[in-house]
Ligand binder design. Structure first.
Ligand code: ATP
Length: 201
């Protein structure tokens, strides 16, 4: 079994996330992609994030009808700071037969050496990376070549057309009463409106 693991804040989930997940599913022939909303991401600790329950509900709406996409709440249940290395160790025990693939955008890959035990992360899972809106495919290759060899060996780079969508841009747009149509699935957009999320930054 090939398992995709996609960690993030998902505050809120948007089409950049979904296209990344689908690109990886297809290219790496993943049987399943698990979306793991972080309880408290180490790099976003000073930011107020929407409750876990609301981020999960938005993820459930975004992935509904796609059986290969699963929302996994383990980091929310574990509470505390969400360290990827802990999550991957846990998943290795739970799915001993599975080949784990950890999905991320270029910004996360640049930051990976600063995460807890990056070498161990790279030994537990293949790191599947895509470029982001502000980075080209060539930049991504450059980022990879700057990583320690032990991490580089585990990286798979995927071609994806840059998708200029970020959760921070969505939050900014909402706070400025601007449109978020076509940036996230309609049910997520409706959920945000109904719950009055992100009206103040
Ligand atoms: P924020 O703008 O609040 O920082 P975000 O849009 O980057 O949020 P996260 O939940 O922090 O969303 O991202 C989870 C993962 O998805 C990260 O690895 C990030 O690089 C990746 N990602 C998010 N948006 C895109 C996108 N448009 N293209 C490619 N990767 C993306």
């Amino acid at each position: 079994m090939k398992l995709g693991i996609f960690g993030g804040t998902f505050d809120p989930v948007h089409y950049g996330h979904l296209i990344l997940a689908e690109t990886a599913r297809e290219a790496c022939q993943l049987d399943e992609v698990r979306f793991l909303p972080a309880y408290s991401p180490p790099h976003k600790q000073n930011q107020i994030i929407t409750t876990g329950k609301q981020r999960v509900e938005m993820l459930e709406f975004a992935t509904a009808g796609f059986p290969e996409f699963v929302v996994d709440q383990r980091e929310l249940k574990r509470e505390g700071t969400s360290y990827t290395v802990e999550t991957l160790s846990e998943m290795t025990e739970q799915f001993p037969e599975a080949e784990l693939h950890f999905l991320m955008g270029a910004d996360s890959l640049i930051d990976l050496p600063n995460w807890r035990q990056p070498q161990r992360i790279a030994s537990l899972a293949k790191i599947v990376a895509v470029n982001r809106e502000n980075s080209s495919h060539e930049d991504l290759h450059q980022v990879v070549s700057n990583l320690p060899d032990s991490i580089q060996r585990s990286v798979i780079i995927l071609e994806m057309p840059p998708i200029a969508i970020s959760a921070s841009d969505l939050r900014l747009r909402i706070s400025e009463k601007r449109s978020i149509r076509f940036l996230t699935p309609r049910p997520v957009e409706r959920y945000i409106q109904e719950h009055g999320l992100y009206r103040a930054l």
